[in-house]
Design a protein around this ligand. Structure first.
Ligand code: MLT
Length: 398
């Protein structure tokens, strides 16, 4: 008899974005004449930057020549990409060693996989609302999860509560779904809490490139002491349009050590290396060459142009909501607009209303946690044309 993982029985039936996609597919099949504007899942629409494409084309050519062909690469990524990232981090004052950086196929995978190196007895502290992957991957392990509430009162940026004892803390800044971003002073408090409790912060920085306020931290490692208590997960999905190309990176500092239940001190960097070399064969060489190009000056310039395009979309959506007197967060240092559902509608109710009456797809806030009820997320990743059309419909019909 093969027993299956019972924890799966306690998960919601489907992953949030699959549920939304399913609902939209059903609606489109029933109303093929309706032009639907998708501001739901945060998927990019602009093509890869030209320098990225050129780098990947060169890499493809290398793969077709005996002398430059490559088979298995290092599971943790090629040195050339580590070096590019070391320089990138140095730009915002963070010094890293190559061996602290692990290249992966994206932050979502690493977010789930990192659960492997922690004991299931850990208490997990998760913000509510939050990117559902943190929650679901820990439910899959049957771990105890406690929530910290994001509310308009705290600007959707929950702070440590000394009365709550947690071992693993998930933070996402700029936040998915609310777009709120922690200041350095706030992260300092989190680092102090983690150090005091021997906890580990899993810091999701997937949206760091959207930060325009120079005072806001781009990495948790800008905070003193964070290397002894934090792991950072990052992605090229939104920064450089890699949602389909797949490449991300996780930084596990050499200074990060914790004990097993039996008191043996372990290096989390070594554990993650062991995990990755055993269960992962690395990101394709061609993709890593593309990723390397993102961090060249020309790559940064081209990617930043795309980010500005999305930010302008966010601004347009925000402007229309403001005109309508609708409260919203985010949209400034983030590609997400977190709006309050009008007329006290519930999140899924507003989802149906928006789809049926305005032909716009968004993501119901309640899908990100119970504190998201009554809220709704729109993304700035659509084309300008689609965003302008959505904004016109909001102005006219909402
Ligand atoms: C989102 O819409 O929240 C993201 O695209 C999901 C992801 O990055 O996996």
């Amino acid at each position: 008899m093969a027993w299956v993982n019972e924890n799966y029985a306690t998960l919601q039936d489907s992953y949030l974005f699959s549920q939304v996609a399913h609902k939209v597919a059903e609606y489109s099949a029933a109303h093929p004449e309706k032009k639907i504007i998708r501001l739901g899942i945060g998927d990019v629409t602009l093509p890869l930057a030209p320098v990225v494409v050129e780098a990947m084309q060169r890499a493809v050519a290398e793969m077709g020549v005996k002398e430059t062909f490559r088979g298995y690469g290092p599971e943790q990524g090629y040195d050339f990409l580590h070096e590019a990232l070391v320089k990138y981090y140095a730009e915002f004052g963070v010094e890293l060693e190559s061996s602290e950086i692990f290249i992966s196929d994206g932050a979502k995978s690493d977010c789930g996989n990192i659960t492997d190196i922690f004991d299931d007895a850990n208490v997990i502290l998760v913000p509510d609302p939050v990117y559902p992957v943190y929650l679901d991957t820990n439910i899959m392990r049957g771990r105890k999860i406690v929530f910290m509430e994001g509310t308009p009162e705290n600007g959707f940026l929950p702070m440590p509560d000394p009365a709550v004892k947690a071992d693993i803390i998930y933070l996402c800044s700029p936040n998915n779904p609310t777009g709120a971003a922690y200041t350095k002073a706030q992260l300092k408090e989190w680092v102090a809490y983690a150090r005091q409790n021997d906890a580990v912060i899993l810091y999701d920085a997937a949206y760091e490139a959207f930060i325009e306020d120079g005072e806001l931290p781009r990495s948790i490692f800008q905070i003193e002491g964070a290397k002894e208590c934090a792991i950072e997960l990052c992605s090229l999905s939104k920064t450089a349009g890699f949602t389909g190309t797949r490449c991300g990176y996780t930084v596990v500092p050499l200074a990060l050590k914790r004990k097993t239940k039996n008191g043996k001190e372990m290096s989390l960097n070594k554990m993650w290396l062991r995990r990755q070399t055993t269960k992962f064969n690395g990101v394709p060489y061609i993709v890593q060459r593309g990723a390397e190009a993102v961090f060249t000056p020309e790559g940064q310039k081209q990617c930043r142009e795309n980010l500005s395009y999305y930010k302008e979309n966010a601004r347009l959506i925000g402007e229309a909501l403001e005109e309508k007197g609708i409260l919203y967060y985010g949209g400034k240092n983030s590609p997400y607009i977190w709006m309050q559902c009008p007329n006290h509608m519930k999140s899924w109710e507003f989802f149906d209303y928006l789809l049926e009456n305005l032909g716009i797809v968004g993501t119901p806030g309640s899908g990100f946690g119970s504190r998201g009820e009554g809220w709704f997320r729109l993304t700035a990743f659509a084309s300008r044309e689609a965003t302008e059309e959505a904004v016109a419909r909001i102005r006219k019909f909402l």
